[in-house]
Design a protein around this ligand. Structure first.
Ligand code: PLP
Length: 497
C-alpha cells in the first residue's frame, strides 16, 4: 500500500478537492492501478479507518494559521494522524458556508433532555415541534398498501401526477389558489421545499426579510444561499405580527424574499387577512420582492382565527411561493413530505435543484399523502379531533401561566406552541445554579431544576421568551406547568430577597 508522507501538502490539497467528488475509489481496481492521484486517495481512505478508530491516541488538532510555515495557503486547519509509525495530515477546513450556519438550539436542548431521560431523570419534553398523535389509520394503511403493491420505485422528480393533482385540488378548494401540476414540486418535507426555493431565487448578497420571532431555519437557510437574513422584530404587544410600516422602511433593491409563516412557529400567531392585505400593498411596490408563505400549520388553527393564503391576495399569486406539508396537521413528521406551489418559472428552478440533490420524495409517503388529502376538507374528522385536543391544551396552559406574576402572554391562535415572555425573571442569581441572565440560562435552569425541556427564545430571534410545545398529553402538561411554576416561584422569592 502506498503511504502518504509527512508534509506532502500538495497531495493533501488534491485529496481534499477529490473527497467531495469521489465516493469510493477503492471499489474501482482498474483505476487504482493507473492513476497515481487516485492511488494516493485510496491510501488516504484506508488510513481514515484507523484515523477514526484511534481518534484519541493519534490525533492532534491544530490551526495552521498558527503555523505560518505551512506551505499551503488553502489549508486553514488540519489534523495530524499517525499511521504505521508515519505522520500525515488531513485538511479539516470546512466550507465558509457551513461555518456561517448556526447549529439548531431546538435539537441541542432535545438532545440534552433525551440524555437526561436515558440517565433516568423524569424530564418532560416540551421542546420538539411534532404532534404527539399517531398518523391517522387511513393514511398509514395507504402507505402499507403501497409497499404491499410494490409501489416502491422512484417517482417523477416533482412528485407523482396523482399527488400533485390532489394538491392542486386542495389548494383550489381550501385556499382559493389555482395551480396546475407543473406548478407543484413535492419534496422530503416542507423544510426542503423552503431551502430549495431560497436557493432557487437568491443571488449572493440578496436580502431575505425574516419577521421575528421566526422559525429557526429561515435565517440559516438564507445564509446557506449566500444571502443575508434581515430580521424585522415584532413584539408581544403586537401579537408578534409584522408591522407593514417597519417592512416598508427596511426594503431595499437587494430585498429578494420575504418569509411569512402563519400560523406561526414559534408564536402561534395568525395573520388576519386585513394585515396580510396591508403587507401585500407594500410588497407590490417592489418588483424584485418575492414571498415565501409557509402555511404548514394551516389546519391547526383555533376559531375565530381564519387562515388566509398570501397567494390568494390581489396581485400576489405571481410573486408568492406557497409552502405546505403533511408533518403537522396529519401527524406525519417521519414520512417526510412537503410541497411548494408557485409560478412555473420558479417551481421549475426548485425542481432542477431537487433533481440534482434528493430526487423525488418517497413513493410510499406520496401514496399516503394522497390518502391524507382524501380525508375531507381541512383533513376531516381525524384532523379536527387533534385540533380540538391542541385547543384544550392551549387553554389549559394559557390559564396556568396567567397565574404567574410578570409573565407576558400572547394567546396563540394556531400551531401548538406557546411563546411566553419570562424576561421579568432575568437577572436572578440562584444558589447552586448561577445567574439567570437570558432565555438560554432560564431554559437550562428549567431543565436542571424543573426537569422540563423547553426552547430558549433567542433561537427564534427573541431572547425575552421561551417556547413551550404543547404537543403532549394534558397530564404531562399539568405536571410540566406545576414544575415550571414551582421553579419560577423559587426564583421570584430569591429575586425579592
Ligand atoms: C414553520 C415550519 N415550517 C416548516 C417546517 C418543516 O416541516 P417538514 O420539513 O417536517 O415538512 C417546520 C417544522 O418544524 C416548521 O415549524
Amino acid at each position: 500500500m502506498h503511504q502518504i508522507k509527512k508534509n506532502s501538502n500538495k497531495l493533501f490539497t488534491h485529496m481534499a478537492a477529490q473527497m467531495s467528488c469521489i465516493s469510493s475509489t477503492s471499489s474501482i481496481p482498474s483505476l487504482q492501478n493507473k492513476s497515481p492521484r487516485l492511488l494516493a486517495f485510496v491510501s488516504f481512505r484506508s488510513s481514515t479507518i484507523s484515523f477514526s478508530s484511534n481518534l484519541n491516541q493519534h490525533l492532534s488538532i491544530r490551526s495552521l494559521e498558527a503555523r505560518r510555515s505551512h506551505k499551503s495557503s488553502t489549508i486553514c486547519s488540519a489534523v495530524t494522524v499517525e499511521y504505521n509509525s508515519e505522520q500525515m495530515e488531513v485538511d479539516t477546513t470546512l466550507s465558509p458556508r457551513v461555518n456561517s450556519v448556526k447549529p439548531s438550539k431546538t435539537v441541542a436542548i432535545s438532545d440534552q433532555a433525551t440524555a437526561l431521560v436515558e440517565a433516568g431523570v423524569p424530564v418532560i419534553r416540551l421542546a420538539a415541534g411534532e404532534p404527539d398523535f399517531d398518523t391517522p389509520e387511513v393514511i398509514a394503511e395507504a402507505g402499507m398498501n403501497a409497499i404491499r403493491d410494490g409501489y416502491t420505485r422512484y417517482t417523477p422528480n416533482a412528485g407523482t401526477l396523482e399527488l400533485r393533482t390532489a394538491i392542486c385540488k386542495k389548494l383550489k378548494d381550501e385556499n382559493g389558489i389555482s395551480y396546475t401540476p407543473d406548478q407543484i414540486v413535492v419534496s422530503n418535507g416542507a423544510k426542503q421545499s423552503i431551502l430549495q426555493a431560497i436557493l432557487a431565487v437568491c443571488s449572493p448578497g440578496d436580502e431575505v426579510i425574516v419577521p421575528a420571532p421566526f422559525w429557526v431555519s429561515y435565517p440559516e437557510m438564507a445564509r446557506l444561499a449566500d444571502a443575508k437574513p434581515v430580521i424585522l422584530p415584532a413584539s408581544i404587544s403586537e401579537n408578534f405580527l409584522l408591522d407593514p410600516k417597519l417592512l416598508e422602511s427596511k426594503l431595499t433593491e437587494k430585498s429578494r424574499l420575504l418569509i411569512l409563516c402563519s400560523p406561526s412557529n414559534p408564536t402561534g400567531s395568525v395573520y388576519p387577512k386585513e394585515l396580510l392585505q396591508e403587507i401585500a400593498r407594500v410588497v407590490a411596490k417592489h418588483p424584485r420582492l418575492l414571498v415565501i408563505s409557509d402555511e404548514i400549520y394551516e389546519h391547526i388553527i383555533y376559531s375565530p382565527a381564519v387562515h388566509t393564503s398570501f397567494a390568494s391576495l390581489p396581485g400576489m399569486w405571481e410573486r408568492t411561493l406557497t409552502v405546505n406539508g403533511f408533518s403537522k396537521a396529519f401527524a406525519m413528521t417521519g414520512w417526510r413530505l412537503g410541497y411548494i406551489a408557485g409560478p412555473k418559472h420558479f417551481i421549475a428552478a426548485c425542481n432542477k435543484i431537487q433533481s440534482q440533490s434528493t430526487s423525488g420524495a418517497s413513493s410510499i409517503a406520496q401514496k399516503a399523502a394522497v390518502a391524507a388529502l382524501g380525508m375531507g376538507h381541512a383533513g376531516g374528522e381525524a384532523v379536527s379531533h387533534m385540533v380540538k385536543a391542541f385547543r384544550e391544551r392551549r387553554d389549559f396552559l394559557v390559564s396556568a401561566f396567567r397565574e404567574l406574576d410578570g409573565v407576558k402572554i400572547s394567546e396563540p391562535q394556531g400551531a401548538f406552541y406557546l411563546f411566553l415572555d419570562f424576561s421579568h425573571y432575568y437577572g436572578t442569581e440562584v444558589d447552586g445554579f448561577g445567574l439567570i441572565k437570558d432565555s438560554e440560562s432560564l431554559c437550562r435552569y428549567l431543565l436542571e431544576k424543573g426537569q422540563v425541556a423547553v426552547v430558549p427564545g433567542d433561537a427564534f430571534g427573541d431572547d425575552s421568551c421561551i417556547r413551550i410545545s404543547y404537543a403532549a398529553s394534558i397530564s404531562d402538561l399539568q405536571t410540566a406547568a406545576d414544575r415550571i411554576k414551582k421553579a419560577i416561584l423559587t426564583l421570584n422569592t430569591r429575586s425579592n430577597i
